[in-house]
Ligand binder design. Structure first.
Ligand SMILES: [Zn+2]
Length: 208
């Protein structure tokens, strides 16, 4: 049974929050969902995509996994929840934007520099998909932040291996974005594709 305060939260949602937005929810059921953005984020419990962006129900199609990783487009390899979500968002929902959002103090990124946990076969294999972001340096908080950001770029590049993504990006119908969220500062930095650097989103005029 989940913790008591979670169950209380369910009741509060039904009794206090839902009545205020009932009409919007009904509309989202009658008309279906039409989110413009696919948000690929980490499973980390400190990441709250809707709180971070202020997105209302129906605005973000979200897929989360350990390390906000994009697996390669490789249909023959097996069961892929993240790949399925990407395909659905692009082909069916026709999203206009895809955000890959990494974050500070990401356990998945730190794990790239440590031996795998005993028994974590799936995790060890999964993290191979971020390995190329690691740096040949002594481990430091600064190196970890840089690795988190480098991994975001790796994942964005891998998104382009999806034929439906590449096609729509090349037509100018779909835009890819890299975000890095610094938990302790409440700040999201956005990848500037021209400089390859992450730039504070609180600077006026940053909109990519
Ligand atoms: Zn993480």
């Amino acid at each position: 049974m989940p913790e008591d305060h979670l169950l209380k939260g369910l009741r509060r949602f039904k009794e206090e929050y839902f009545p205020r937005y009932e009409e919007e929810y009904r509309k989202l059921v009658d008309d279906g969902q039409h989110p413009n953005t696919l948000f690929i984020g980490c499973s980390d419990s400190r990441i709250l995509p809707n709180l971070l962006t202020g997105a209302a129900p129906g605005e973000l199609f979200i897929v989360r996994n350990v390390g906000n990783i994009v697996p390669p487009f490789a249909p023959a390899l097996g069961y892929h929840g993240t790949c399925a979500a990407i395909e659905f968002a692009v082909l069916n929902l026709q999203v206009k934007d895809i955000v890959v959002c990494g974050h500070s103090h990401c356990g998945a990124i730190r794990a790239l520099y440590s031996p795998p946990l005993p028994g974590s076969t799936h995790l060890a294999k999964w993290l191979e998909l971020a390995q190329e972001a690691t740096l040949p340096v002594t481990l430091s908080e600064e190196a970890l932040r840089r690795t988190e950001q480098r991994s975001i770029i790796v994942q964005l590049e891998r998104l382009m291996s999806y034929p439906m993504v590449r096609e729509r990006v090349e037509k100018g119908e779909l835009f890819l974005h890299g975000w890095h969220y610094t938990i302790e500062e409440g700040e999201v930095s956005i990848l500037d594709v021209h400089s390859g650097r992450f730039v504070s989103s609180s600077i006026p005029g940053v909109s990519s």
